[in-house]
Design a protein around this ligand. Structure first.
Ligand code: FAD
Length: 599
């Protein structure tokens, strides 16, 4: 361990997406010495890929909008399983976080009278998403990154954290390796903010990039935290389905928000056939009303294409299954026949280029082919709503790696605002906790560092073992086939058995070559996390014997009242295996509960 590079900070932020950057800025502003660590290059996080916008009830387009309406939409979208306090804080604080970004130099699109423009998205009663064309994430990350760098916050990029340290019952730091040299690095810090994003790479078809291997989820679980809502994985209804090399790449919901409609092979606008009882009163039941809504939202109900994502994804799945899909196994998304070429190119420039370059399809002239793709995980580290601290003292989580905020299903646009609201809160509370410890800093014993290094090097010690790429492919295939969009008990039981086998295979992984830039080694380390997360998803999904939000059971198709107040938490047992516990949802105060009556 004496040869291992070491650093010491007050707050260590793992992840440089929106949540991590916002947390680091807040911790710095609160007086802490902060470091940001990220697996890829700074600016390459998932946040940069976000297209549609950030939801905040600023009331710029519809003055009727306010935090209470946003709170209600978020809870209803999450099928009431969200942590009410997180949903409340999110709705209340999102407008300030957007205005603050603007103060820091973000250039949002404008309304004719110069306010920040807001666009329509599924599940939101009013046009609510602050945006920059369809490249909102890029502007968000650019702004936060510039600020973090200007503040002089230390950044360790292309550096992957593989282990969290604890001593004296609290977090004491983290261990990782440099991607390029393969050399190790240890950080001493009394607080760690996990902001590592999602888990999409456990699935075969996903909008997520190579980084989303659930590292933060697994690190937290292994440190003793619990993961909540893991059965809820969001399949975005519209990913590209053709050509195969780009299958899963996202087609933003803004296409529908801006007037695009879904049709089956018979040309039918099929979403009218899939309006659930729960949303009937606020969804148009005929094309005329749906089309009028784009111009007049006060007197018309919203089109069924803009139902929450879980509803639309299931409907597409059903159409394809019924044999009414498009040639490549999706359905058609048509904006060409509904909006002018000029409008499409102005509002959806990235989509225009994406289809032109990747699929040779001109979306101003012909429909796109789209189908569900694994997009977002609602589940994540269970945290205190106000401070974002997990049950492990000193361990915080914010952004996609945290759970609770979105319940059973996340509304589009609510992630970017979530990152800002809870990133800031996590950074501030971690800085305050570190300051409160004063001189009593936990330290990391050398033995712990040695053990972390040995664990990371284990795949080099084995000869002729399993290949990481093959195991990853098998994992993605299992999750796609057996724990995907529609689930059944026997299939999930089979998945769990197959995951056990993969677990054994993982313990026999071997890698060739040496430590310098060795992607096979990196994947071998990531796989451990992907497997942990997959086990949690499959176990929680098997346990929840109902359908709700992002979790659909073929064998339990109804939403059950008995499950309406139950959260599932995944924890590690003493023997290292995953266990699932039932916990009652925190109960909502009466003044918020009344928002759901008589509507
Ligand atoms: P990320 O931005 O995912 O960043 C994670 C960071 O953690 C990265 O820096 C990564 O390198 C780092 N990291 C991970 N593991 C480790 C490790 N072991 N060690 C060190 N670093 C690590 N949401 C919206 O609200 N509106 C949208 O319009 C929207 N569009 C989207 C479009 C696409 C294509 C996708 C994929 C998602 C979209 N989302 C959208 C969702 C949203 O972008 C993500 O949920 C959000 O950006 C996650 O942010 P984050 O800060 O939690 O993590």
């Amino acid at each position: 361990p004496s040869s291992i590079e070491r650093h010491s900070y007050d707050v260590l932020v793992v992840g440089a997406g929106g949540a991590g950057l916002r947390a680091a800025i807040a911790a710095h502003d609160a007086g802490a010495r902060v470091a940001i660590i990220c697996k890829s290059l700074l600016g390459k996080a998932h946040t940069v890929m976000a297209e549609g916008g950030a939801a905040a009830a600023m009331g710029n387009v519809y003055s009727e909008d306010n935090w209470r309406v946003h709170f209600r939409d978020t809870m209803r979208g999450g099928k009431m399983l969200n942590h009410w306090r997180m949903a409340q804080l999110h709705a209340q604080e999102a407008p300030d976080r957007i205005h603050e970004l603007e103060d820091w130099g973000a250039l949002f699109d404008r309304t004719p009278d110069g306010l920040i423009s807001q666009r329509d998205f599924g599940g939101h009663r009013y046009a609510r998403l602050a945006h920059v064309g369809d490249r909102t994430g890029l502007e968000l990350i650019r702004t936060l990154q510039q600020r973090a760098v200007a503040l002089g916050i230390d950044v360790y990029m292309e550096c992957t954290i593989t282990k969290l340290f604890q001593s004296g019952g609290r977090i004491s730091g983290a261990f990782g390796y440099w991607r390029e040299s393969g050399r190790f690095i240890a950080f001493e810090a009394p607080t760690v903010v996990l902001a590592t994003g999602g888990i999409g790479k456990s699935y075969k078809v996903t909008s997520n990039s190579w980084e989303y291997t659930g590292d933060g989820h697994a690190l937290a679980l292994e440190a003793g935290a619990s993961l909540v809502n893991m059965e809820f994985v969001q399949f975005h209804p519209t990913g590209m389905v053709w050509p195969p090399s780009v299958k899963g790449i996202l087609v933003t919901e803004s296409v529908r928000g801006d007037g695009g409609v879904l049709r089956n092979s018979e040309g039918r606008r099929f979403m009218f056939d899939y309006i659930p009882e729960f949303f009937k009163s606020e969804t148009a039941d005929n094309e005329d009303e749906a089309d009028r809504w784009y111009e007049d939202k006060t007197n018309n109900r919203r089109p069924p294409e803009l139902l929450p994502r879980d509803e639309v994804a299931r409907a597409i799945n059903a159409e394809v299954k019924a044999g009414r899909g498009s040639p490549h196994g999706g359905v058609f998304l048509d904006i060409a026949s509904r909006r002018s070429e000029e409008f499409i190119k102005r509002r959806l420039p990235s989509m225009y280029h994406q289809f032109k370059e990747l699929a040779d399809v001109d979306i101003t002239a012909e429909p796109m082919e789209v189908g569900p793709t694994c997009h977002y995980v609602m589940g994540g580290v269970a945290v205190d709503a106000d401070t974002e601290e997990s049950i492990v003292p000193g361990l915080y989580a914010a952004g996609e790696v945290a759970g609770g905020m979105h319940g059973a299903n996340r509304l589009g646009g609510n992630s970017l605002s979530d990152l800002l609201v809870f990133g800031r809160r996590a950074g501030t509370s971690a800085a305050e906790a570190a300051a409160a410890l004063a001189g009593e800093r936990p330290t990391i014993p050398d033995d712990d560092i040695r053990a972390a290094a040995e664990a990371a090097l284990a795949p080099f010690e084995r000869q002729g073992g399993e290949n990481a790429y093959t195991v990853q492919q098998d994992l993605q295939d299992i999750m796609h086939r057996l724990v995907g969009i529609i689930r059944k008990a026997d299939e999930m039981e089979q998945a769990l058995e197959e995951l056990d086998t993969l677990n054994e295979r993982c313990s026999r992984l071997s890698v060739e070559g040496h430590r310098q830039y060795n992607p096979g080694w990196h994947l071998a380390l990531d796989l451990h996390n992907m497997l942990r997360v997959s086990q949690c998803i499959a176990m929680a999904a098997l346990e929840r014997t109902e359908s709700r939000g992002g979790h659909t059971r073929d064998d339990f198709p109804a939403t059950e009242d008995s499950w309406a107040t139950v959260n599932l938490h995944c924890v590690l047992d003493d023997d290292g295996s995953v266990a699932v516990r039932h916990e009652e949802l925190p109960s909502m105060p009466d003044e918020l509960r009344t928002l759901f009556e008589d509507k």
